[in-house]
Design a protein around this ligand. Sequence first.
Ligand SMILES: [Fe+2]
Ligand SMILES: [Fe+2]
Length: 299
Amino acid sequence: MSDFLNAYSIQTWLESCPQGYLMDTEYGHAADAREPDLVLENPVVRQEAIGTTVQLLVGERAALAASSGLINAAPDHPSKRFLATQTLDEARHVEIFTQRLYDLGVKKAELEDVIAAHASPHLVRFAEVLLEKVDKGDFVAGVVGQNIVLEGLAFSVFEMMHAGNVEANPKFAQTLAGTIADERRHVGFGENRIGSLIKQHPEKRPEIEQMQKDMSYHMLATFADRFRGQAAAMEESRRISRDAAAQRGEGAKSQQWHGTDLASADPAELEAVLADTVLKEFKIRLDRIGLEYQTPERP
Ligand SMILES: [Fe+2]
Ligand SMILES: [Fe+2]
């Protein structure tokens, strides 16, 4: 328990996060960093960036509601303190992705309308399945849903987006890098804290496994909404970005992520590599905490 106390203490959080990798950042990035001109000026690229950022924001609002809601349900004080740091991390993520929407030209008065227009209904449902557990004060299910499923999803999505933006958009890539570092800590807490609680409450396993299956289905359906439903706009945005890079005399750089070249893959291939990566991660992490991964329906 003492390693656990140290690793997830407020002191460790202060030293590694606000006094560490977030030092000298503003809204998660260097103060002078800006969105590339192409993203700000081309309507297709800008809309694509807004649509993607809205999904991140919806996920982070769910994480904020879940991590704050779990504080009072936590059975021990070290977990409460960790969840308090996580609550601030999630509130920061909500703030930086909201700020990115403003940076992309969304007016403050239109924020909620823009979110409602772009949010995948399946992502909204994904969050509801989790928050039903949190609202009941079900700590074990809530932590599995939040720190294993939601954050396992967020972690892989952010990593993939980071790989895709590290050359093209250093400002957004830096914002994502800080978020990834936070999510790594959150996922670690989920694995470390929840394994022993599952052993103490084996009767909860079927219900938690059903929640994982339901959340996984809504996650895959969210990917389908984006990569299939928005495939034409996504491809157009990518083509414009490639042409602009070529005009600047930059050749197409391959950007490998889990064996797929993000620069040349089509939306169907991107969807497949993301879904496979997240589901494999779920399986590994659930196995570590003593739960059996449930294969979701395929949308
Ligand atoms: Fe987050
Ligand atoms: Fe998180």
